[in-house]
Design a protein around this ligand. Structure first.
Ligand code: HEM
Length: 97
């Protein structure tokens, strides 16, 4: 939780509090576009509930950008090079399509 707070403080306020590498934590996870869409839907609902509109837009815009970059990194780690606007999808068994 401390890392998450430092991360969002750095992302939203450019406080420089976070010194880590989120990509490294996410690369080994068996996740794809479905999980990122789900994550973003939850994040966006929560941001709408608790933030004033300008802050909500600020957080959501950054969350979308970072989620897309994590998805791109995970795809790359699996040897899949995504084109612009392309999503990373595995099959039901978690294998690459
Ligand atoms: C389905 C999508 C995601 C899953 C399943 C996921 C899961 C995880 C897991 C398992 C960890 C490691 C926790 C630990 O060290 O105990 C983690 C860390 C973290 N995640 Fe995610 N995550 C997702 C999306 C995101 C997104 C979109 C962001 C940013 C916008 C994010 C930001 C972070 C950060 C900042 C950390 C801490 C990294 C550190 O320890 O330095 N995650 N996440």
């Amino acid at each position: 939780m401390q890392q998450m707070c430092a991360f969002w403080s750095s992302v939203a306020l450019m406080s420089g509090r976070y010194h880590g590498s989120p990509m490294v934590k996410h690369l080994p996870l068996p996740i794809d576009a479905v999980h990122f869409d789900c994550w973003l839907a939850l994040f966006e609902t929560t941001a709408r509930e608790i933030c004033p509109p300008a802050a909500e837009a600020h957080f959501v815009e950054r969350a979308r950008r970072i989620a897309a970059s994590l998805e791109l990194g995970i795809a790359g780690g699996q040897g899949v090079l995504l084109g612009i606007g392309e999503r990373f999808r595995r099959d039901e068994a978690g294998e690459l399509r």
